[in-house]
Design a protein around this ligand. Structure first.
Ligand SMILES: *Cc1c(COP(=O)(O)O)cnc(C)c1O
Length: 380
């Protein structure tokens, strides 16, 4: 094929609403201390690896067949896990899964959004919520959190939801990148104020929440438009396994079947995730250690004179920096990769092993006070 037979450049053929966009891109750099994507720093424990290898071994010859389209064994394992973790009992018909929770979020927007429809979120929140929304031709409406605290009150969320009257609302609890969980009051106020909306509570970090934090799974019985999403990428230390899931009414789950690609969960994916869920105690054993490092980051970053946001997740957002981009680069120079989430004067850091956390704290301390916001500028 010769070039002159192509009258259009590919850029001209691109969907108008995708032109000028850049792909999602947290850097994947080979650095000594990678604390930028909220992965677990702990490897999959050997007994779990062995159990997975054994289970896969007996299934590989059967890969000539398509996988179970309804992933029934995996659903049973997800339901059993959620009951152990949260005390909420869910039937297999209330559970859905995908290749990461990003895929189940995409299924929700494909099913309930689309051209002419809107989705509301309260920023700063998870950057993939607007990306998934807009790449599916749905209009994103940017709701706001209270400045300073990064919280959103029930009254403010309800007023914004009522004004927008969206088809989908994204809530994130604990919220990425700010770290804090939402009160039930906020979730219920949004359900009331947005009467035609599917309300998604993204609980990717639920297992890290501080004691007393309740899961929105408890609300499912009373709210037929509520969807709670979870993932094995964070607390389960299973980001490479690519398994996210959600809980909702059977009617919502049934509707998601209209948009999923047939056999979207491969046989190995279903098996790997199922065995991992059966070994939840082993995989979640590092959660307490990670929470200890998270709380240590909050305490020590505050002692350095910076302003951490309290966290229910496996990361901490902290402010008080003169120039986040400059501090990000200086930390990277010292081998520590954190995340610049685009909030001025702030950076986000994942809680790693004790040694990784120490490396981060030491590198940060070496940059202060030079990298700190001058006292006079703190109000800005
Ligand atoms: C990391 C994260 C996810 C997880 O995405 P996966 O596709 O399951 O890896 C979902 N939501 C939020 C808020 C996250 O931070």
């Amino acid at each position: 094929m010769s070039a002159d037979l192509a009258p259009f450049a590919i850029a001209d053929l691109l969907r108008e609403d995708l032109r000028g966009r850049t792909p999602y891109g947290a850097p994947q750099l080979d650095v000594p201390v990678a604390l930028n994507t909220n992965e677990s720093s702990y490897e999959v424990p050997t007994p779990v690896v062995e159990a997975i290898v054994a289970a896969l071994g007996s299934e590989l010859a059967g890969l000539n067949r398509y996988p179970d389209r309804e992933f029934r064994a995996l659903r049973a394992a997800l339901g059993a896990y959620l009951e152990r973790q949260s005390g909420v009992r869910l039937a297999p018909e209330q559970l859905w899964a995908g290749n990461g929770s990003n895929e189940v979020l995409q299924h929700i927007v494909q099913t309930f959004g689309g051209p002419g429809r809107t989705a509301l979120g309260f920023t700063p929140a998870y950057s993939m919520h607007p990306i998934i929304t807009e790449t599916l031709g749905t209009t994103w409406m940017d709701g706001q959190r209270d400045t300073g605290t990064f919280q959103v009150s029930a009254a403010s969320a309800a007023a914004q939801a009522a004004a927008a009257d969206p088809h989908i609302v994204f809530l994130c609890s604990p919220n990425n990148p700010t770290g804090t969980a939402l009160d039930f009051e906020v979730i219920e106020a949004v359900l009331d104020a947005a009467p035609r909306a599917i309300v998604v509570v993204d609980e990717a970090y639920a297992e890290f929440a501080r004691p007393g934090t309740r899961s929105a799974l408890e609300l499912l019985d009373h709210h037929p438009r509520l969807v709670v999403t979870r993932t094995m990428s964070k607390a389960f230390a299973f980001a490479g396994g690519r398994l996210g899931y959600l809980a909702a009414t059977p009617e919502i789950i049934d509707a998601l079947r209209l948009v999923r690609l047939p056999y979207h969960l491969s046989t190995p994916t279903q098996t790997i995730a199922r065995i991992a869920l059966d070994h939840d105690a082993d995989l979640l054993a590092s959660v307490e250690a990670i929470k200890t490092q998270r709380d240590r980051i909050v305490t020590e970053v505050a002692a350095l004179g910076l302003t951490p946001v309290p966290s229910d997740a496996n990361f901490v957002l902290f402010g008080g920096l003169a120039d986040s981009a400059r501090t990000f680069a200086a930390l990277l120079e010292k081998g520590v990769l954190v995340r610049d989430v685009g909030i001025s004067h702030h950076l986000r850091v994942t809680a790693g092993t004790p040694a990784e956390t120490s490396a981060f704290l030491e590198a940060l301390a070496e940059l202060l006070p030079e990298h700190a916001l001058a006292p006079d500028d703190k109000e800005s």
